[in-house]
Design a protein around this ligand. Structure first.
Ligand SMILES: [Zn+2]
Length: 491
């Protein structure tokens, strides 16, 4: 990771208010650009290209400024590769000439400007200026195209690491060019991958297939057309004659194989990002904040971390009302394989309760029920347990009563009513619910449910014999969670 230290550590919150940019933040920007940055299409994967120009630069800096292309992004293709830098630079050489591409996600741009107590225009100028000044200092490596490999090895500095030198270049004129948000394409993804993994040798030059002695009418290759790579060539294949289709196949295979050989990790990240480009994402960098949450299945995080996670979940869920499937996919669940709310998130309410974070547990339960109304019996049942574990007995009992009124025939509502009462020390009440739950699981397919209820009844009688058993109760609780999770998976 080349650029983690490019900006002062600790000064950047992962999140920043994106939609409420004041006139101070937008000072110095032309009106159309200020408008575009105030209302970014954060649920779509878009980029906004900026033209940044200085007057009176020395020749070398002027050359690098000429090669500069700057983009504001609404999606970071490597959002789950934590920690993420605030901005990413790539150097591309080749038939189109030198290009220094700088990408900055909109939430990082706003957060960085706020942290530096300056207008966005000043921050953009410093970042762009850093790329120009640093590239000028290392012009040989930049022009020869060696910079991307060297920067990954830390042999040369990140192009965006010297914001003060960038700012010292003087004020710049910034405009949107074109003045509209455009789709994030393969080129932008490649730049972001290059910054993290070094260059991937994906040949994207136009493809001209060999002429045949006798052309076939209707075949675009026989008609002498050239094809963009990879999308245009792949999409045109179906209208080609058999011979050209075969040629196109060979070109695609050869180019992709060479790209993979050149940088297997970078290629893996590139193909993964290309797939995720077509799927829903969590806006405003929320996926970066929630990356690693699935490890909570094995190690329960500290309360402060859990509270922050709950806050991010609630903020993310607000974008997905009634869209549980999209929410699951945006959280990284496989869309091909029964998209679902991830297990770590299904366990979050109970984890929060154990940590005493009942307000957070309530917020997460509410947020999840809005995303996926059919989950409400599950989240409400968990809430009863969470309140009990946090020692809020009256509220726990009220929640249990409400749950039983709303879902009198739900097995897990019944089991968790027992779990909550057991936690509150009401062992007789708990036993009655566990027994009622066991009696509900009469169908042969309900084997796991019956086992879960029986396990709880057994543990309850052991507990009464031993008259104690805090840690044991904890363990049983975990076991119950896992079996519920399996039940959900099995359907
Ligand atoms: Zn043909």
């Amino acid at each position: 990771m080349a650029c983690v230290s490019a900006f002062p550590a600790g000064s950047l919150s992962i999140l920043s208010p994106v939609t409420s940019l004041g006139s101070e933040a937008l000072a110095g920007l032309p009106a159309d650009l200020a408008q575009l940055l105030s209302a970014p299409p954060v649920t779509e994967k878009k980029l906004l290209e900026l033209r940044v120009t200085w007057s009176g630069l020395p020749a070398l800096e002027a050359m690098m400024a000429e090669a500069l292309r700057m983009f504001v992004l609404t999606w970071d293709p490597l959002e789950t590769h934590v920690p993420r830098p605030a901005a990413m630079a790539a150097v591309n050489t080749g038939s189109l000439g030198l290009e220094i591409a700088v990408h900055i996600p909109i939430w990082r741009l706003n957060g960085l400007a706020a942290a530096r107590h300056e207008p966005i225009a000043t921050t953009l100028t410093a970042i762009a200026g850093s790329a120009v000044v640093t590239a000028a200092r290392h012009k040989q490596e930049v022009i020869a195209g060696r910079y991307p490999s060297l920067v990954v090895d830390h042999s040369v500095p990140d192009l965006l690491a010297d914001l003060s030198a960038g700012a010292a270049l003087g004020s710049a004129t910034i405009s949107a060019d074109p003045p509209s948000w455009d789709d994030i394409g393969l080129g932008a993804i490649q730049d972001v991958i290059q910054h993290a993994f070094g260059p991937v040798d994906l040949d994207r030059s136009q493809v001209e297939l060999g002429a045949l002695s006798r052309g076939q009418s209707g075949c675009p290759a026989c008609a002498g057309k050239r094809f963009g790579f990879p999308a245009d060539l792949a999409e045109s294949q179906h209208s080609m004659c058999a011979a050209h289709r075969k040629q196109a196949d060979a070109v695609i295979k050869e180019r992709l194989a060479r790209a993979e050989r050149s940088n297997p990790d970078g290629w893996g990240a590139l193909t993964d990002a290309t797939i995720r480009r077509e799927l829903p994402h969590l806006p405003n960098g929320l996926a970066t904040g929630l990356a690693g949450a699935s490890e909570a299945m094995y190690v329960v995080p500290e309360p402060a971390e859990l509270a922050e996670r709950a806050r991010l979940v609630v903020e993310a869920a607000a974008w997905f009302s009634g869209r549980g499937r999209d929410f699951g996919v945006a959280l990284g669940e496989d869309p091909e394989y029964g998209p679902d709310i991830p297990d770590w998130l299904m366990n979050l309410i109970l984890d929060l309760g154990r940590a005493g974070l009942t307000n957070e547990a309530l917020s997460v339960a509410e947020a999840l029920a809005r995303v996926e109304p059919k989950l409400q019996s599950v989240t409400d049942a968990d809430l009863g347990v969470a309140l009990a574990q946090a020692g809020r007995g009256d509220e726990a009992r009220a929640q249990i009563a409400a749950n039983l009124r709303a879902w009198p025939d739900d097995f897990w509502v019944r089991v968790h009513a027992g779990d909550a009462l057991e936690t509150l020390g009401d062992l007789d009440g708990a036993r009655a619910h566990f027994a009622a739950a066991r009696d509900m699981a009469v169908h042969p397919a309900d084997f796991e449910e019956r086992a879960a209820a029986a396990e709880r009844l057994l543990s309850l009688s052991r507990k009464e014999r031993l008259a104690g058993g805090g840690p044991k109760a904890q363990r049983i609780q975990r076991a119950g969670k896992v079996s519920r999770s399996k039940r959900r998976r099995g359907r």
